[in-house]
Design a protein around this ligand. Structure first.
Ligand code: PMT
Length: 411
């Protein structure tokens, strides 16, 4: 349903992306009214924002015309949702402390509407204790967050969390919020500011256009990990094979079918701080799947299926290099000598940790709600009790958060 969005654009290099955000919001049928801070006008002009929003742009608290015709109180009330993008460290600090010295902050203070902020700043500013404090305050005040993403900054040689979310991600969060959902996937938590990439489900490898090779993975374990990471504040990309589960809330889900597509989607989603490979990827595919359905010919033997090896996604991503996630976690689905096989797999595939599970039919691991796993690291193998897949997921992502905190201090 078309709604009225008040977009407050703060002063950062990401302001140029907010011009595209105006377009994305209008494409979804929303009316967009824009407030530009003074600093934002160093990056984009009111003319450009006005042309895209097809409305006048508001810049000054003390503009008498505005106060007579449509003051900051009306601006803050005649809207369904306020979006602050980019939300600079300065703007977040002012919002957290209730300042109202300019039009943007006065509108925010005067409003009782939901507020969605898309932070954008240098990684050091994002990690600063003062910013963390302000974020905690804002989360407690009910402010919703989207992002930031991790990646390279405009400043040469700077990388980490602090890139504003992409306009389509923000527009999706707007629609989720307007539909009564939550956009607070990135609320303060031990993984906030981190990007967690998860693979889940089986892959389907075509035999012909109507038949395929698959396995019994339901995606329950992988999806639970994605949900648990989002609950700890991470930005999460879930690359999933065909499953019958709903997309987890607050997670960007990319649906794929084959191992080759999964690898491509995983590569495109990098960089990530943590990658968890829970998908049951088919080891082989049919070498030359025909375009037409294979026909059953009377009295002749079926055509042999010639298989070829699929790319190993985990092994490919775990290769040392600038794009390797700081923590690479694989799974091992075994039916015997679970820990020993997992230890070998960890080394062979270059993973930091392997979560080993017994998938013998009697365990009900494939498709079931519970799992008995062993966490295999370079140092040891921990035996975890049988527990729900949600609990396994929570423990894995908490361990990942501790690992990041201990090994990279404060990305
Ligand atoms: O989906 P559920 O029904 O909830 O079941 C959960 C599960 C049993 C599927 C899950 O817990 C699990 O064990 N996932 C990994 C299954 C698997 O393919 O294991 P593997 O031992 O064959 O592979 C080892 C690792 O390499 C895995 O992390 C796998 O994702 C990865 N791999 C394997 C082959 C390949 N071509 N590319 C890969 O990335």
């Amino acid at each position: 349903m078309a709604r009225r969005i008040l977009l407050i654009i703060g002063g950062g290099i990401a302001a140029y992306k907010s011009l595209d955000l105006i377009r994305r919001l209008r494409e979804r049928g929303h009316g967009v009214r824009v407030v530009l801070t003074r600093a934002a006008q160093e990056f984009i002009t009111p003319l450009a924002a006005g042309a895209l929003s097809n409305d006048r742009v508001f810049t000054d608290l003390f503009d008498l015309d505005d106060e007579r015709e449509i003051g900051h109180i009306r601006l803050s009330r005649e809207t369904d949702l306020i979006v602050v993008a980019p939300a600079t460290a300065d703007l977040l600090a002012k919002l957290a402390t209730g300042q109202a010295g300019d039009l943007a902050t006065a509108v925010l203070l005067a409003s009782d509407k939901p507020v969605l902020v898309a932070p954008a700043m240098n990684p050091r500013m994002w990690q600063h204790p003062a910013t963390r404090r302000n974020l905690r305050q804002l989360a407690a005040d009910g402010v919703h967050f989207i992002g930031p993403n991790s990646g390279e900054m405009a400043e040469r040689g700077e990388a980490g969390p602090g890139r504003m979310s992409e306009p389509t991600e923000i527009a999706e969060a707007v629609d989720r919020l307007l539909a009564g959902g939550t956009a607070r996937a990135l609320a303060e938590g031990p993984l906030s500011g981190r990007h967690v990439l998860v693979t889940s489900g089986p892959t389907h490898e075509p035999i012909d256009p109507v038949r395929y090779i698959a396995n019994r993975s339901s995606g329950k374990q992988g999806h639970a990990i994605a949900t648990a990471a989002a609950a700890l504040g991470a930005r999460v990309t879930l690359v999933s094979g065909p499953v019958a589960l709903p997309d987890p809330e607050g997670v960007t889900t990319i649906a794929v079918t084959t191992a080759a597509q999964m690898l491509e989607a995983v590569r495109a989603a990098l960089p990530a701080d943590v990658a968890v490979f829970a998908a049951a990827v088919a080891d082989w595919r049919v070498a030359m799947a025909p375009d037409q359905k294979l026909k059953k010919a009377q009295g002749t033997a079926p055509a042999p299926l010639v298989l070829t090896e699929n790319p190993d996604i985990l092994k490919t991503i775990a290769v040392p290099g600038p794009k390797r996630p700081a923590l690479v976690i694989g799974f091992a689905a075994e039916t015997e000598n679970v820990v020993a096989h997992a230890q070998k797999k960890r080394k062979d595939k270059g993973a930091d940790w392997i979560v080993a599970n017994d998938v013998s039919p009697a365990t009900g691991t494939f498709g079931g709600d519970r799992n008995t796993v062993h966490l295999v690291t370079a140092e040891e193998a921990e035996n975890w009790p049988t527990q729900s897949k949600d609990e396994v997921a929570r423990r894995i992502v908490l361990r990942a958060a501790h690992f990041l905190a201990a090994n990279q201090t404060d990305v």
